[in-house]
Structures are given as structure tokens and as C-alpha cells.
Design a protein around this ligand. Structure first.
Ligand code: DC
Length: 229
């Protein structure tokens, strides 16, 4: 068997946007991708899909081997802003607080993280990719052209999530949301495998006192600067 000739094409540029839950990084990442005409990877959605699928298959989120095994059987597709699992649109189902919590629990398992690497790499296509998550700049795309660590205080993130849920007519209790965010932050930062941590070469973007537009402009300006170097 002959191996394929090595590609001379340079790898498409990546902008990695990492940060804690409810920091607004998904919205910012999507708008940056739109502005540049880049592809967009919402890596958190993958962990949410796994939480959803394992729950459906009665697999406990604490079972590392079973969770990773289940993930390997899933057919996940992103189309026009919707997420499909084995052909079914589950975009709404994975956005609940319960699936966010489940995602954070399955995400601690190294075998699951390993099972999702190739899928995440497959999003790196011309003309470029904006990837958001927890380990985009540290583990999945360590050679990203630009790395942003986007964050906000826990209280501001809880307020944003509270407003968002009320806007969707979903039950929302500020104190419960705050506590849940604190628990998720602790789990995402404290896990042994690919913890939420700012990459050494990332730029910090605090959004407590910034609008979404200001945050998007900040990322775009920093990207232009990197491109001119
Ligand atoms: O971004 P999000 O809230 O949809 O992510 C849900 C959970 O998935 C988050 O609490 C931790 C996990 N996650 C992860 O471990 N690594 C990523 N790259 C993205 C998300």
C-alpha cells in the first residue's frame, strides 16, 4: 500500500476562542467567523451531543469507557447552524441546562476527549476556522494563528444566562444558575485531561464591560495584526 503524497497546501488558519461557560464566546466566535467567511466549530456542542446520546442509551455520565465507546458510534453533523445526531435535528435538546451539566461531566474523560479529536480537526478547512471551547488553543489547535481567552465574572455570566433563559420562556433561578456555573467552572478547570486554562500565548478578553460588537472587533483587530506580522 502506498501512502498519500504529503500535501504542500498550508493548513488553514485557526482562531481559537476558549473560556468558561456562558462567557458569550459562542456568539462572538460565530460573528467573527461570519465576518471573515471562516468555518465555525462549536466544540462544546460535541460534548453536549455525547451527554444527550449517552443519557438516551442509559449510560451513566461517570462511566468513562462506556461514554467513549458510545461516542465512537455517533454520526454527528453540523448543517446551517443546526446539529444532527444520526440524522435527527437535536439542536434544541442539547441546549438545556441539564445537557450543559452532562457535557461538563462527560468531558472529564480522557478516552472521550481522544475520540473527538479527529472530528474537531476535520473542521479545519480553507479559508479558515474559528473554534470555540475550552481546549482549542491548548490541545486541539496549539498552532492556532490567534488565541483568545474570553471571560467574564461569574456574576455577569449568571446574569446573562438568566436573561437568556427568561427570553426563551424557560425556568430561570439566578442563584441556582450562579451555583451551577461555579460547579461547572470548578469541574472544567480542575479535571486532569485538557482542563480549562489560558494558553501561554493567548490574549485575554474580559467582557464584563464590553458589548458583543466590541468583543468581536477586538478579536478581528488582533487577527489583522497577527496577519500583518
Ligand atoms: O461551551 P459549552 O457550555 O457548550 O460546553 C459544555 C461543556 O462541554 C463544558 O462545561 C465543558 C465541555 N467542553 C470541553 O470540555 N471542552 C471543549 N472544548 C468544549 C466544551
Amino acid at each position: 500500500m502506498t501512502s498519500p503524497a504529503p500535501s504542500l497546501q498550508p493548513l488553514a488558519p485557526v482562531i481559537a476562542i476558549d473560556g468558561p461557560s456562558a462567557s458569550g464566546k459562542g456568539t462572538v466566535a460565530q460573528l467573527v467567523a461570519d465576518a471573515l467567511g471562516f468555518h465555525y466549530l462549536d466544540s462544546g456542542a460535541l460534548y453536549r451531543v455525547v451527554a444527550f446520546a449517552t443519557h438516551q442509551n442509559h449510560i451513566a455520565w461517570s462511566e468513562a469507557t462506556a461514554v467513549a465507546g458510545c461516542a465512537k458510534t455517533l454520526h454527528i453533523q453540523f448543517k446551517n447552524g443546526h446539529i444532527y445526531l444520526n440524522g435527527n435535528d437535536i439542536s434544541e435538546e442539547i441546549r438545556t441546562e441539564a445537557m450543559g451539566k452532562g457535557a461538563s461531566q462527560v468531558a472529564v474523560h480522557a478516552p472521550l476527549r481522544a475520540a473527538l479529536v479527529d472530528l474537531q480537526h476535520s473542521f479545519r478547512q480553507s479559508p479558515g476556522l474559528v473554534a470555540d471551547g475550552r481546549d482549542m488553543g491548548t490541545v486541539i489547535f496549539p498552532d492556532a494563528r490567534l488565541k483568545i481567552f474570553l471571560t467574564a465574572s461569574t456574576e455577569v455570566r449568571a446574569e446573562r444566562r438568566h436573561k437568556q433563559l427568561l427570553g426563551k420562556n424557560q425556568p430561570a433561578d439566578y442563584q441556582a444558575i450562579l451555583q451551577d456555573l461555579q460547579e461547572r467552572d470548578a469541574r472544567d478547570k480542575g479535571r486532569a485531561s485538557a482542563p480549562l486554562v489560558m494558553a501561554n500565548d493567548a490574549i485575554l478578553l474580559e467582557t464584563d464591560n464590553r458589548t458583543i460588537k466590541e468583543a468581536v472587533d477586538f478579536v478581528l483587530e488582533n487577527y489583522q495584526q497577527k496577519m500583518c506580522k
